[in-house]
Write a protein that binds this ligand. Sequence first.
Ligand code: AP5
Length: 226
Amino acid sequence: MIIVLLGPPGAGKGTQADRLSGRLGIPKIATGDVLRAAVRDGTKRGLEAKSYMDRGDLVPDSVILGILQDVMTSPATKKGAILDGAVRTVPQAEGLEATLGEIGEKVDRVLLFDVDDDELVKRLSTRTVCEGCQTPYMGREPGTRCEKCGGRLVRRKDDEPEAVRNRLEVYRRQTEPVIDWYRGHNQKVLKIDADAPVDEVTSRALEALGKTGKREAGSGKRGGGK
Ligand code: AP5
């Protein structure tokens, strides 16, 4: 199953992608995490992306389409994927559709996490993330340690107020049109009220996906579960 997660910065896409990945047994692919790893490793892709990310702008479509091509044709995603923030422009939605078409796949579900701006700003201004595994935390000080992997918690540069304002504007201008693009391509967009406790949002997402039962693996056409 291939699930696209949409929603503004701070809506909880990363938090819910981890939980859905555990429940559904399919990997989370977060382009933000892939790009931050590339920046840390000093790769060509990372060097190209860094200044866009620090300002809160989107990195060029060509970079994202390269990542999507790599991950979606890799054995790691043969059972499907939860795509966290991986589709933020109409050309990216078109490019993903083309890549998936080449391997006989398609997007199965689109989830839209909805949270109002005041709550988003509050979440991002108090967030720290693990330098190692990228797990986000609320109300934990930079320099303390991650519960999952022991990595150091840091503030993200793009969680500074000016970058957050820009990210919200960029979301309205460049990413919201993706919602209508999916609707126009016969894809129901499942809107989740994500201004609720984390467990409740997970339940709502699973319910919207029709997956309220036990953990289950996806069943992609490339061999998963068949
Ligand atoms: P990315 O890392 O994906 O950032 P984002 O989309 O702005 O999303 P965030 O990670 O800020 O928020 P989230 O929705 O994942 O929320 P989270 O779970 O962390 O991308 C970074 C940058 O990379 C982009 O700006 C761009 O430059 C580039 N990029 C990435 N993909 C791209 C693409 N496809 N095209 C072009 N450029 C791209 O939660 C936020 C906080 O709230 C956390 O502290 C969390 O603990 C807390 N929280 C979560 N859920 C709840 C809840 N229900 N109640 C209370 N608190 C909650």
